[in-house]
Design a protein around this ligand. Sequence first.
Ligand code: DQQ
Length: 540
Amino acid sequence: NSMLSWQRTAFHFQPEENWMNDPNGPLYYNGWYHFFYQYNPRAAVWGNIVWGHAVSTDLIHWLHLPLALVPDQWYDINGVWTGSATILPDGRIMMLYTGSTKEHVQVQNLAYPANLSDPLLIDWVKFSGNPVLVPPPGIDFRDFRDPTTAWFTSEGKWRIAIGSKVNRTGISLVYDTEDFKHFQLLDNLLCAVAGTGMWECLDFFPVSKDGKIGLDTSVNGPDVKHVVKTSLDDDRHDYYSLGTYDEKTATWVPDNPKIDVGIGLRYDYGLFYASKSFFDHKKGRRVLWGWIGEADSEYADVQKGWASLQGIPRTVLFDNKTGTNLLQWPVEEIENLRQRSHAFHNLVIHPGSVVPLEVGSSTQLDIFAEFELDKEAVAKAIETNVEFSCQRRGGAAIRGALGPFGLLVLADETLSEHTPVYFYVAKGQNGTLKTFFCTDESRSSEANDVYKPIYGSSVPVLEGEKFSLRILVDHSVVESFAQGGRTCITSRVYPTKAIYGAARLFVFNNAKDTNITASLTIWQMNPAFIRPYHPGGDHD
Ligand code: DQQ
């Protein structure tokens, strides 16, 4: 449908058509990144779930391959659901995934590459003894899914976590295995949080306290913290928490019980779900994939013939400056798509003004911006509204003493459509500043069958730091990272006017009492050719 074809992205991973959801089993092997994903080969809505498969050498340019796993056995006939890869020291690959059986029971199955010397790992074999795990006593047959990557224990066993729930308590079951075929359920739960409901797509991995290097999943010791991530089926958000893992008891405790799994921090305050990380041996980094769904109607998805995309993969590091959060940042390879840049130095933006940035068409951009407030204005400001929240009625139109200020992306000339990505600084009674980072979709589109929320949360800004943000704009997706990736917001937006050559970019300052000094670099982005697979063809 040409009416909607502008929504198609230029450098995000998408199948050629139909529905996609969770990232599955990402891995790096023999020079190729492999990416699998939940896919409906028949329609642009969820159903008939198989594993799609693609390969890349840079995480940005992809080659689509034949489907890796399809429902063809009693134990996965209702869907080949989410799973994770473990690469053994001898180079074998163990792929554990959830199958929905002919009776809709959730079981765990094992698959592996048919031929490890095929660099593209095209053919996959299901283990003849599947399923390798069925729901244990006390667990509902519909609440047992999404096995993690395994990590090695000092006892010489592999350990995995699987999400579930008991009543309203979200839990992480833990199993040990030596061969990925026989598993032993441990007595303890890795962790559990009351009131959080079903835990989908658990992820569990170490981060280096030095904040510099990524770690393979089995690394442990005094120099690491462990992250637990859960995708809450109830509210469809990905929550993580930093804490300490005790291998002996197979338990994990959060650093701060107030920001436990499922109640504290989120990877992303917009649309971002069912994420999964993997360790990239090539570059020694941990890379995070997340599913970005649609915010339009199912009818529109069927019209356009596709639904969902994947976020640009993010490197994940511990933030050793704050000590309280992770840093997420688009993988450096995305920078190879940058074309010519436009730079603006020390633009002074007065209260209540909107200034166009003449950068040409603005549908494919990489933006880096830094903002400073007037020191005097900050000192004089008497606003005491630390109760601010991004979701408060009014969004970017609210005018406070020290905010909002930021960018308007995917805007048309007359601003009848625009999406503000912005900071809001609130001043507390004792003079402390609290910063919020938000995206306001309420004026993003004149279409009325679209969900247009205001997203956001607070973001730590340390003494001496400027306010900084990075935004990737790609037709119908806006991924925003504040303060080096402390707080992230992914939006799907569906403008009707601010498309192709008509899309513009503005910087704005809606604060009442302060000028904003803005310095920006803006790159036009090349498309990433994501190519179909032609058996027997040339794949160079
Ligand atoms: N998607 C899969 C499940 C998982 C859910 C099914 C999360 O395995 O729990 O498509 O989006």
